[in-house]
Ligand binder design. Structure first.
Ligand code: BES
Ligand code: ZN
Ligand code: ZN
Length: 425
């Protein structure tokens, strides 16, 4: 017998899909004032044919247990669910395994998404680059991922001067986390996932205005999405070789900070004139992308980053922007995003935009002009992937739920699409 009955309105029939259901369940769980739910039942008619819905219900329920009160000394206990029961009115005996697998997938993905949300929400003083690497190391040990951490000395030896330049104004040392899930044969080219990990972005000497600067603790959301996706990819045993690369820095305006006008030599050998120290994400990604190309000869590379305010101007808080230089990868990406339900919109990479990045003193400068800032940022990244099929997601607008909405805090955006991509064939 149930003590409480929650009636969940999920809007119009035409708009109903797995995403609506996931968010609906998430909100329902959040609104339950019981902290320790012994049992939660969800009545889902017709579940036999609706295994997408089974996954969505479990994912939503798990996501509903996330709390933003990480450091509250009282009443901060998040909701915990003891048992989740799915109640169906149709005969599911023949489909039990399939349904159960989707439930398991929902559980693991939901937990990974919550991991991304928690890490993204951590303040800059609580999670610096080495702290992130140590959390990544715990996760890797727990789920069986291979992990290496390149420290400052190693990065210097490799010649990652663009990454090091960003980090040099901070007292916190930078690092690069390398995660490997290699179940396939050695000769199989891996896919590489790269996530921007700026644990705090003050802008450096091109200092950001104080209003909303605190939000820049979320400038590591891409890194969190890659770590969390790698966790789910390993736990659910994706059949292909996947490498995750996470460059981590803090961007600060200290006395040793890099100056506007400085010229750095990147891992690829190309030189960059640093016009604006607040365009730091593309600098750390430049070295990481070039390293991915050289070290892994990947089948393709995907990077995900809270890269530009311009992308937020273009697409608002509903959709992330994405760029892709290869038709086959574009198709795989569409399939993955379709399955994940995450909202993205393709933006262009015309060669003509490249001229905005011409520098007098170096091969390229790190910012374009006033217009098309999300695109010129992508054009900058493209300089460092050579001919490798590559996709770039700019998630600056979707890292957090919009202010004043029912939902608040970090979204965990990207985990689902990256996960789906690793299972695409
Ligand atoms: N981390 C920011 C981008 C950002 C803006 C993320 C808003 C989330 C919300 C990035 O490092 C940055 O500062 N970009 C500059 C680039 C500019 C200097 C060319 C920007 O968008 O203003
Ligand atoms: Zn910045
Ligand atoms: Zn940034």
């Amino acid at each position: 017998m149930a003590d409480r009955l929650v009636l969940l309105g999920v809007g119009s029939k035409e708009d109903f899909d797995a995403g609506v259901l996931r968010t609906g369940i998430l909100k329902a769980v959040r609104h339950l004032k019981v902290k320790d739910l012994q049992r939660l039942g969800v009545y889902c008619p017709g579940v036999g044919e609706l295994s997408d819905e089974v996954q969505a219900i479990v994912e939503g329920a798990v996501m509903g247990t996330f709390s933003t009160g990480l450091y509250k000394s009282e009443n901060s206990e998040p909701v915990k669910i003891g048992e989740l029961v799915l109640v169906s009115d149709s005969d599911v005996s023949g489909l039990k395994n399939r349904v159960r697998n989707r439930a398991e997938e929902g559980l693991i993905l939901g937990e990974s998404i919550n991991l991304a949300r928690t890490l993204t929400y951590e303040p800059g003083n609580r999670l610096n680059p080495l702290g992130f690497a140590s959390r990544a190391s715990d996760i890797a040990a727990e789920c069986g991922l291979d992990l290496q951490v390149f420290d400052r000395k190693k990065l210097d030896k490799l010649g990652m001067k663009a990454l090091l330049g960003v980090a040099q104004g901070s007292t916190q040392p930078p690092c690069l986390v390398v995660l490997k899930h290699l179940p396939g044969p050695d000769e199989e080219k891996p896919i590489v996932l790269v996530g921007k990990g700026v644990t705090f972005d003050s802008g450096g000497l091109s200092l950001k205005p104080s209003a909303s600067m605190e939000e820049m603790k979320g400038d590591k959301a891409g890194a969190c999405a890659v770590l969390a996706a790698m966790q789910a990819i390993t736990k659910l045993q994706a059949p292909r070789n996947v490498v995750g690369l996470i460059p981590l820095v803090e961007n600060m305006p200290g006395g040793t900070a890099q100056r506007p006008g400085d010229v750095v030599e990147t891992f690829s050998g190309k030189t960059v004139e640093v016009i604006n120290t607040d365009a730091e994400g593309r600098l750390i990604l430049a070295d990481t992308l070039a390293y991915a190309v050289e070290s892994f000869s990947p089948e393709w590379i995907l990077d995900i980053a809270t890269l530009t305010g311009a992308c937020v101007v273009a697409l608002g808080h509903l959709r992330a922007g994405f760029f892709v230089n290869d038709t086959k990868l574009a198709e795989a990406f569409d399939r993955a995003a379709g399955r994940s339900g995450e909202k993205l919109w393709r933006l262009p990479l015309d060669h003509a935009y490249r001229k905005d990045l011409e520098s007098k003193i170096a091969d390229v400068k790190n910012v374009g002009g006033r217009w098309g800032g999300a695109i010129t940022a992508a054009k900058f990244l493209q300089e460092f992937v050579a001919d490798t099929p590559w996709c770039h997601i700019d998630m600056a607008g979707v890292e957090s739920f919009p202010a004043n909405g029912v939902l608040e805090g970090p979204t965990g955006f990207g985990v689902r699409t990256l996960f789906e991509l690793a299972f695409d064939r």
